[in-house]
Design a protein around this ligand. Sequence first.
Ligand code: ITT
Length: 201
Amino acid sequence: MKNITTYKMTLVFATNNQNKINEIKTFIPKSIRILSLNDIGCFEEIKETGKTISENALIKSKHVKINYGYNCFSDDTGLEIDCLNGEPGVFSSRYAGKPTNSKKNIDLVLKKMRTEINRSGQFRTCISLILDNNHKLFEGIVKGQILNLPIGRGGFGYDSIFKPNVSDKTFAELSVKEKNQISHRGIALKKLLNYLIKLNL
Ligand code: ITT
């Protein structure tokens, strides 16, 4: 017999980052159908022209809602380092220039911090949800330390140089599930899901 799933809600996740999709998939209940930008035929670049992470998250979700009509959510994330006055922050994806290259971004951060003793920083994720006519923002922050060199083979982006204060491993040494339990994205996603659950999903 065919296994027929009935969904209570369909949401587009407005991202081109497959790693983000892998992380959220372990979280989202089966009652919510997640479509990708590919699934809805959205192949154009969504320019992230905002001055803040939350502005960029809104730009991505609005683009999908306005041009494709779908309810959707997006994620914008930045690494904010204290001794660099919050950089790379909103420039995290293109810190070392375009096209985005995580190794070059990491090299630039490590170069700028070579002689720094204060290694504190945080990841910030803003998830922007547009559901019919409602807009909601969910934020997740995790504080940690920037290492002197990359450690770990998992994760993506800046994961290999970030050790959250609540762990003795970098994000790149954790499984997706372990990272989700403590990460900026995991915290923001939990808030998003609590909101959706209250809507009786
Ligand atoms: P979308 O905008 O399509 O969602 P993106 O990769 O451009 O994908 P962001 O602008 O949010 O996403 O990411 C900014 C940068 O921060 C980018 O270089 C990512 O690799 C990095 N990044 C995002 N989330 C991260 C995480 O959980 N761990 C480590 N680095 C991360």
